[in-house]
Design a protein around this ligand. Sequence first.
Ligand code: ADP
Ligand code: MG
Length: 544
Amino acid sequence: MAFSSFGLKEFITANLKVMGYEQPTEIQGKAIPEIINKRDAVIESKTGSGKTAAFGIPVVQSVSPDVPAVQYLILVPARELALQVYRELSRLAEGSSVNVTAVYGGSSFSKQVDALKKGAHVVVGTPGRVLDHLKRRTMSVSVVRGLVLDEADKMLSMGFLPEMRLIFQHLPKRHQTIMSSATFPPAIEHLIHSLMHEPVRLSQEDSSRAPAEIEHLYCMTTMQEKDQVLLRFIEKEEPELSIVFCNTKVDVRAVAQFLSGAGIKAVYLSSDLSQAHRERNLSRFRLGLVQVLVCTDLAARGIDVPNVSHVFIYATSEDLETYVHRSGRTGRAGKSGRAISLVSGTDIANFNLALKAHSIKATEVPIPTDEEIIEARVASEHRVLEDIGYAKDADVHDDYLRLAERLTADQAHTLLPFLLEKFLRQGIGEPLDITSGGGAVTEAEQSAAESSSFREPREKKRRDRDRPSRTKTLCVALGRRDGLSPNDLRSTIKKAARLRKDDLMDIQMGEYESTFQINANAVKYVMKANGKFYRQTEILISEA
Ligand code: ADP
Ligand code: MG
């Protein structure tokens, strides 16, 4: 099946190309035509299967831009998810006169009022803030054509239901209703019936609710040992990005502090933090500036970060659906991932029930041994050394060359481990700075820590480097107004584009945009940073 078979408006088809969506996912193939036909729909499909676009495409398609009113209301359980869904819909609506707005707590009420006044056709929001706007009459949903509940089972759970009922009172009697989630527990069936009109049920052929790409593991431990065991797994597995789930805010904070204290780059999401701080933490995580995100379930429901390689479940939830949503933060859009549960005496009963409820098979793994951790570190440091591809042609001062030549084999043998230790320990956690010689190790470590996208066959690298280097000037839509220093900008672009040490030069910062020079060979890598985010601002790079 192809997107072209849905008769979508031209701008949507064009935007899908830009977004890299070549074909509809299975659930999108089923849901899009039904929703365009105005049917009420229950979308039940695995985490990471593309449910946002499954309802987002028909919503954007169905808006009448010349009717200046809120036509679709999309409700989600958490602020960060509101922002994420808003961004996906904005990308689908790009270049059209369909206006999408996000309305959620913790961000400026008056700015939201301004955006609503300008005429929003689609509003994505969290219930509390939506209700505020409705009460103050800064938004009307009286002519809404469609209501979408993303993470619908959460939205209809006890925590949200009272607010939801108040919102429903503001909606017109007749409207389309769409519910989307990976799990629809039986307890909400009666609500589905009372709120929807002859809904079509759309699900995937393969009905198991956890994606096959996720490997489910668990480790038996005790409450007291959990911090240490978690640290051991992080050290052994070296996740690219990982999320740690706790049951309580207190644990979230304590675990994040423990990991930071152990030298792991970790941040947390919690309602203790200001909204700006929460968004900053999530963006830093998305950009890969930190490795571990510690959070509770609500904060992470529906959150899509493609490179999450591991989910650690610090404590099992009593709620059986939760396991699916937690483990589903990894294995996104066809990538593989591991979900590792730390199971103590208090967790075991719920853990077994959850696996059984979702027909998931998990494999027991032992606590990583010292030997395994050391081996993992040696392997990764070896990769670091291999990655210092430029060492071969590096400009080493003559006196050091002479010194190296003077070493006997014996001396080299004893000195090398000593020097490696000094070399590899230095600079960890220091800011990226290509002007200081000491920064080199950090850079090398950074690139080793990153995925293989910049690792080309060695031969090719060398050939590229031997050519006289040409540079290109690029322009990025980030500047002082976004609160960056030149160093922040440099590390943001390097991280987002997975660049090597010497590729980024001569940064000129402006208020709103900045330029920099880049090795011509690296332009295609820098362009990969497009569409990623610095805080809330999308990174947009073009040739100057
Ligand atoms: P879900 O809500 O089902 O958990 P999301 O809507 O968050 O899943 O989508 C998961 C990931 O898949 C996102 O990174 C999204 O950009 C990507 N994606 C969605 N639809 C497609 C598609 N048709 N082709 C390629 N990638 C897609
Ligand atoms: Mg989702």
